[in-house]
Design a protein around this ligand. Sequence first.
Ligand code: AMP
Ligand code: ZN
Length: 303
Amino acid sequence: MTDDSIGAFRDELIDSGLVIDAGVEGLYGRTLAYEEIVSGIIALTTRTGAGDGAMAVHFPPLIPRWLLERTDYLKSFPDLTGSVHTFGGDDKRHARLLALVDGGHDWVEVLEPAEVVLRPAACHPVYPLCTGGPLPTQGRRFEVQGWCFRHEPSADPARMLCFRMHEFVYVGDPDGAGAHSELWLKRGAEMFESMGLDVDVVVANDPFFGRAGKFLAANQLDDALKLEFVSPVSSTETRTAIGSVNRHQDHFGLTFGIESADGEVAHSACFAVGVDRTALALLKRHGLDPGRWPAEVRARLWP
Ligand code: AMP
Ligand code: ZN
């Protein structure tokens, strides 16, 4: 994949009026035509998981700072983290802020960290809901979707600062987590293929930070804890993850103190659709005018 082809797709998306350059690399506005694709993907994902008894929940794109600490995100992905800062000063400090802005200087030093940070994955807010006693025998299931932030600015339109994820999460015992992963590997592939996308399932690893991160990545690969649905997105020559199945083993169970029905540390697993990447994959595959997509694809997205 050359930078040229990635850049060309970005230009095509913007020229077509689907996506708007929001002023900094990796940040985009979306027009209604694009949002209709997103709505179709979200509705199809919901229909695919209907009947499993998942509790559908929405959370804002912000999470408490304590939640980011508990998930170990700072240990594994400090470079992707986004923090919120606010102004809490007096008139004097306000004058300093304005003077810095007027002078074209860095003014962030006048701000203070807020009690919230940006949410890096849709599923993180559901784990604290599972504490306070053993889970039911069948475990708990959640459907959760919304905006996520990862600080990975890029010229590749598929690598955004802010994007939507739609997840189905299971929290319970190890067998249940295994079954959830197996089920969604099959269902996820079928769902992406039903939109006319060409997907492969590959064993993958997260971009863990630093020297210690190399070991974490190697372990994740060895144990096949992360599987990705990869498809052409920005280029037809390489494939990008449009979704994933993640087996967390007892990671969230341990950090949040979640107990399975038999009193053991709970295991969890999630299936995540990268909603915006899936929208781009569809635009790459079927062209930039959704009105001219194949009838069967349109019927899947907008029945
Ligand atoms: P992950 O938790 O890393 O498996 O992410 C779930 C899905 O979110 C991925 O398979 C991607 O489709 C999507 N995703 C992750 N990072 C980004 C990004 N920077 N821009 C757009 N989509 C992303
Ligand atoms: Zn998740």
